[in-house]
Write a protein that binds this ligand. Structure first.
Ligand code: CAA
Length: 287
């Protein structure tokens, strides 16, 4: 398949990442089927795209006409079969748990067209292990966007053990069509490149607070004004979702060892469902 043959992109999952990826693909002119398991989830994702596009228009990053046209290209759906029947490229952005993703791939494989490429937006899980659930490991790779996808430039394109070179080339070309800059990740190891650096930083920030060596506010001030990061570690945690950081760390802990043990503070936030901006409370309050 060539880049020109990609017309319809299906995005599975309408959460923080899924709706953002759907928005990016629609802005690039693709027809997008955005699917989630409940109508309420998919409608919420659609409303977030609408909000984001009007924000971008307000800030002159695109015209209102372009924003309206992009929104028109997004079809929110619940039925998997309908979402992927005419898909040339499928980006999966469902929760960061191996078993959930494997179940989705089993269902997807049974209804997706043979030619379609499957790309997982996993933040850390093994691309090779996920690919094994399907009958197309050579047409399966990682395509990892960053939050918020509409504003973040990078996309990690990750090779699984059996990914064909053409799949990686095509995925990189598509990322460029989306206006992004791809970086190829050759080793399918937990957290790939970005999260291998970032998530331990966020965890260490939690340990500092757990051990009463600093407060959330002082950690975030030093991150912004000392390290020059655009957001503090806790602000970013709330933006990414504390459940996402926690699942990434749990997996890194399991595969890479002790150094990645999730801090109690992070665990507590997840247990209390204080997941960040998406739940209205995380390390900070947003209501
Ligand atoms: N769509 C449209 N507008 C958005 C938006 C979105 N999705 N998200 C935020 N905005 C808006 C805000 O509402 C705000 O609007 P107002 O000014 O009207 O309040 C505006 O954007 C802020 O944008 P600015 O350009 O003025 O602000 P900024 O220069 O701080 O940029 C940012 C915002 C690009 C998000 C920047 O803060 C940043 O780069 N933050 C770090 C993000 C980051 O590191 N992401 C990676 C996380 S790791 C990850 O995602 C991987 C993983 O697997 C866990």
């Amino acid at each position: 398949m060539e880049l020109e043959d990609i017309n319809t992109v299906a995005v599975l999952g309408a959460g923080n990442m899924g709706h953002g990826i759907a928005e990016v693909a629609a802005m690039a002119g693709y027809d997008v089927n955005m699917r989630d398991i409940k109508d309420e989830f998919v409608q919420n994702g659609y409303e977030q795209i609408e909000w984001s596009l009007s924000k971008l228009a307000e800030k002159d990053r695109l015209t209102q006409k372009e924003a309206d046209a992009a929104l028109d290209r997004v079809t929110p759906l619940v039925a998997m079969e309908e979402a992927v029947a005419d898909a040339d490229f499928v980006v999966e952005a469902v929760p960061e748990q191996m078993e959930i993703k494997k179940d989705v791939y089993e269902e997807l494989e049974s209804v997706a067209p043979d030619h379609a490429i499957f790309a997982t937006n996993t933040s850390s899980l093994s691309v090779s292990e996920l690919a094994e659930v399907t009958e197309r490991p050579e047409r399966f790779c990682g395509m990892h966007f960053f939050n918020p996808p509409v504003r973040m430039q990078l996309v990690e394109v990750i090779s699984g053990a059996q990914t064909a070179e053409e799949t990686l080339d095509l995925t990189e070309a598509l990322a460029e069509e989306f206006g992004k800059t791809p970086v190829r990740v050759h080793k399918d190891s937990p957290g790939f490149i970005v999260n291998r650096i970032l998530v331990p930083l966020m965890n260490e920030a939690c340990w500092l607070v757990d051990q009463e060596e600093a407060t959330i506010e002082t950690v975030d001030s030093t991150a912004k004004y000392g390290l020059g990061l655009p957001m503090g570690a806790f602000e970013l945690g709330d933006q990414v979702g504390n459940d996402v950081s926690y699942h990434v760390l749990e997996y890194m802990h399991e595969v890479l060892g002790e150094a990645y043990e999730p801090a109690a503070l992070l665990e507590e936030k997840v247990e209390n469902e204080e997941l960040g901006k998406k739940t209205g409370t995380g390390f900070y309050d947003y209501e």
